[in-house]
Design a protein. Structure first.
Length: 259
């Protein structure tokens, strides 16, 4: 069985999270780091914009007033507030081990253990049919990520539970996504210029809602580790960033912030 690196970071600032994911992607693409599963959170809450999305998608005044960081993701997709969630990141070569070479197929393959982890907790998750939308949105797009599920999304009863985005680089891929633990409607709506969260809330569900109780992070993390190990047929070994990865993270962290 192939061994993957497991990094459990806890909650970090948004720009550091994005810089760390990119540093891992570039190291894996160069063959200098092993395939990696990273689990992390966000402190403070953070609104991330898609790679080519304009800052007008964020209500910067609201975010600053409410202690919300604003960053740009290295991946595509639309605006997403990271709060009350667990985020996963998979960084691995395409066409090797569990991941096929085609991006559409790789995206769905990475979502398989996410679905398996949810089902192991008693959540009836599934993938939406249709083609995965890997195209970048228009820079002028202000539609929130969770407004409606696209193809290949993890949903429960048609409502999105996990929002993911992907980026390929040098024969490797980064896919990261937000697993919603709970929901803060005021922050979700206010950070994206919305008068309230009714439009968003109708399209999303949370782990707590599905279980009828809060889900402790260790419980969800254990479900994810078991699912990735079982579905991918890999061994997950605790690790950390290499020195070159850590240096690249430090050098690039500021470039992801939006002030």
């Amino acid at each position: 069985m192939t061994t993957w690196r497991l990094i459990r970071d806890g909650a970090l600032p948004g720009a550091r999270n994005m810089a760390r994911d990119v540093a891992m992607l570039e190291a894996v693409a160069r063959g200098e780091a092993p395939p990696t599963l990273r689990l992390y959170g966000w402190d403070p809450p953070c609104l991330s914009l898609g790679r080519h999305q304009g800052p007008e998608a964020a209500d910067l005044a609201f975010c600053h007033a409410n202690g919300i960081d604003v960053v740009r993701r290295p991946t595509g997709g639309r605006a997403l507030l990271h709060h009350l969630e667990l985020t996963y990141a998979v960084v691995a070569p395409l066409g090797e081990g569990p991941l096929p070479r085609a991006l559409q197929d790789a995206y769905r393959r990475i979502c398989e253990p996410l679905v398996a982890a949810c089902r192991s907790l008693g959540i009836e998750a599934e993938l939406t049919p249709g083609e995965v939308n890997l195209q970048l949105p228009s820079p002028a797009s202000t539609i929130p990520c969770f407004e409606a599920p696209a193809g290949g999304e993890v949903v429960v009863g048609g409502r999105k539970l996990i929002g993911s985005a992907m980026r390929a680089h040098g024969g490797a891929v980064l896919q990261h996504g937000a697993i919603l633990l709970d929901w803060d409607g005021r922050l979700q709506a206010g950070s994206m210029h919305l008068p309230d969260d009714r439009g968003l809330r109708a399209s999303v569900t949370t782990v707590a809602e599905q279980l009828g109780r809060p889900c402790p992070l260790p419980e969800l993390e254990q479900a994810l580790l078991a699912a990735f190990g079982g579905v991918f047929g890999i061994i997950l070994a605790d690790g950390e960033l290499s020195d070159p990865e850590a240096l690249q993270e430090q050098l690039s962290e500021a470039s992801f912030r939006i002030d």
